[in-house]
Write a protein that binds this ligand. Sequence first.
Ligand SMILES: NC(=O)c1ccc[n+]([C@@H]2O[C@H](COP(=O)([O-])OP(=O)(O)OC[C@H]3O[C@@H](n4cnc5c(N)ncnc54)[C@H](OP(=O)(O)O)[C@@H]3O)[C@@H](O)[C@H]2O)c1
Length: 243
Amino acid sequence: MTASFDYSGYRVLVTGGSNGIGLAIARAFREAGAKVAITGTRADARDYGEDLAGFAYRRVQMEEAGEVDGLIAATGALDVLVNNAGTAIRAPDAFTPEGFARNIEINLNSVYRLCLGLRERLTARPGSIVNIASMTSYVSSPRVPGYGASKAAILQLTKTLGALYAPDRIRVNAIAPGWVETNLTTGVQAAPELSDPIVARTPMDRWGKPEEMAGTALYLASDQLAGFVTGVTIPVDGGFSSN
Ligand SMILES: NC(=O)c1ccc[n+]([C@@H]2O[C@H](COP(=O)([O-])OP(=O)(O)OC[C@H]3O[C@@H](n4cnc5c(N)ncnc54)[C@H](OP(=O)(O)O)[C@@H]3O)[C@@H](O)[C@H]2O)c1
């Protein structure tokens, strides 16, 4: 799949690369020749069932500003930053101000902190930031209000940073995945009353796979292919958002 991309010599950081969409994106960059660093919430890369050998690994809780700052301090020159780490704070906490704020901290504030802190690190060659938005960037998310608010803001922040960082030759774009089979969505996958309406609204009539997000990340990060693309969010959703 990644045979046509050449990221040899590129340094890529994928937050939340220990699982799901982030891991698929991290693997695709590595297969294309990049040196890839990832983060996760566990102490050690060997604490995961997945084989993470071959990635530089660091534990970072995105709700801890000090840990995010530690990641920034530990990161050298960078070519691509993929802001993928994220979660959904669910009921009952989802409906408290504290749970809402925590979801914003994890999914949004940490992204801004990383974009700000790594800006100068991304200027060695035309740099690229790829954020991960969501269908809830566009539609309501009544079960997880903080999650939806954070993802809507990611879409807006992507536009703003696209404009703000353009003079530095850093492009900022996002992917809005449709419904993808990962740990984050196991509960929804297992509940037909939640999953069936999703599949029914998806013209391609199925859930997406993490690997299906990777090609768009590699495209967006490519200065050769996407050198005039900034500030946009691309849905990769089997048609969900068009239906
Ligand atoms: N799956 C979908 O349908 C879907 C749709 C739209 C958008 N997204 C977005 O895609 C991104 C990846 O999600 P995924 O579906 O691949 O879920 P996932 O498999 O659960 O992976 C989430 C990643 O983020 C990390 N993470 C979770 N909470 C964190 C925290 N508080 N601090 C630091 N890292 C944290 C996880 O670390 P551990 O591995 O240690 O848990 C993992 O690496 C998220 O931003 C999510 O919102 C997913």
